[in-house]
Design a protein around this ligand. Structure first.
Ligand code: MN
Length: 254
């Protein structure tokens, strides 16, 4: 089984090292193609206005000077000798839950794989508010990763679908189990904008992660994480709101 790994936190991300260990338990044909720099929040963006370059870090290890989607594209079109059987994106440093997944480079890399017809899974490690940056622990992902992935390997995925996995911010023994849940939503989507003055005296603005209120109920991924479970959510690329099709068509009918 050939596996392609990527990570929107970049080729040197600690979560990518964790994913490499998880993948090594599943196969010895593992390839890494990741952005050269951190691309968190890049969503599904594709680099169109400048060239993209590849750096070789090892026999099956490459970085791409672009977005997570660029990295997957280069992996599939230029670097791997044949399409992979599985694409794993992560382990992201931080949650990809609820409405936030549309911003996510991690989930978008898996979307790119799904669009190419490859079984694709995004993995993210949620962290608690008091552990940030290099202090974030991937212990739950490390211990539960292969356990979550194995049942997904033989399962047929519907076309243009992928699976989004989030690990709770707990030690491995404290994790309650695995729950398959729907995508949640933030009840009040209000991210913070941090304002300050740079060393040269100019105002700057920096989008913060905190200040988004949500209630983790509704039997969603947010609730599963709040309850201490690994959250597994099937996603589809088709964003059509099918229930609205008829009513909208009636609006335009003569
Ligand atoms: Mn990231």
């Amino acid at each position: 089984m050939r596996i392609l790994l990527t990570n929107d936190d970049g080729i040197n991300a600690p979560g990518l090292e964790v994913l490499e260990r998880i993948a090594a338990a599943l196969s010895d044909d593992v390839w890494v193609v990741a952005p050269a720099e951190e691309q968190s929040g890049a969503g599904h963006s594709l680099t169109l206005t400048r060239p993209v370059r590849i750096r070789t870090h090892g026999e099956r290890r490459f970085s791409v000077t672009g977005t997570p989607t660029d990295a997957v594209t280069m992996g599939l079109k230029k670097l791997l000798p044949a399409p992979p059987d599985l694409l794993l994106s992560g382990v992201n440093r931080g949650a990809n839950l609820g409405d936030d997944i549309t911003y996510s480079g991690t989930v978008s890399a898996a979307i790119e794989g799904a669009l190419a017809g490859i079984r694709s899974i995004a993995l993210s490690q949620v962290y608690a508010g008091d552990s940030v940056g290099d202090a974030v622990s991937f212990a739950a992902a490390e211990a539960w990763g292969a356990r979550v992935l194995r049942p997904l390997l033989g399962l047929p995925f519907a076309e243009r679908t992928l699976v989004n996995v989030n690990f709770p911010p707990l030690g491995p023994e404290a994790v309650q189990g695995i729950r398959v849940v729907r995508q949640g939503f933030h009840d009040y989507a209000r991210g913070s904008v941090v304002e300050g003055t740079d060393p040269r005296g100019y105002r700057y603005y920096w989008f913060g992660l905190h200040g988004i209120e949500h209630t983790p109920g509704h039997q969603t991924d947010l609730e599963a994480i709040a309850d201490g479970y690994v959250a597994v959510t099937p996603l589809q690329v088709d964003l059509t709101h099918h229930e609205s099709l008829l009513g909208l068509a009636e609006r335009f009918a003569r």
